[in-house]
Design a protein around this ligand. Structure first.
Ligand code: ZN
Length: 142
């Protein structure tokens, strides 16, 4: 489907959808296209170049603004992850064991980070141990 901006002989502009340019030409020739404002069937395609370039420019600006916002969000995420890391004890592969100990009060309550396999993570979650994945950010890889 193609949307055409149309104009009648009374200078009313309106939009209509056609399957192709030829479809519009045919319907127009058979006087099947009429102006919704005055009912005139003397309708032709209006020039629409200026409005197209305006909307394109707007789109590009929006996209740039979004990228900046995403950049800011990523910076915040990085800071948050750094804060978590700075305030956590890295227990490495002992993570499932330590997390369980803290959960059951066998170990001092504190923030820990470390590695756990998918099965271990599933088991911990099922036991109700509060754990969350830390986002793997590009800068954090050693
Ligand atoms: Zn009209």
């Amino acid at each position: 489907m193609i949307r055409f901006n149309l104009i009648c002989d009374e200078q009313h502009t309106f939009e209509a959808w056609f399957s192709s340019s030829a479809d519009f030409e045919e319907q127009s020739a058979r006087q099947l296209v009429s102006c919704p404002h005055c009912g005139s069937t003397a309708v032709e395609k209006a020039l629409m170049a200026p409005s197209v370039s305006t909307s394109r420019k707007k789109e590009a600006t929006t996209r740039l603004a979004m990228n900046t916002a995403q950049q800011a969000a990523m910076d915040q995420l990085r800071k948050a992850v750094k804060t978590i890391r700075d305030n956590s004890e890295d227990v490495g592969t002992r993570f499932p064991e330590e997390a369980r100990k803290i959960h059951y009060g066998e170990s001092e309550e504190r923030g820990i980070i470390g590695q756990a396999g998918p099965d271990e993570v599933k088991a911990l979650v099922e036991e109700g141990v509060g754990i969350a994945p830390l986002p793997d950010l590009p800068e954090d890889k050693n």
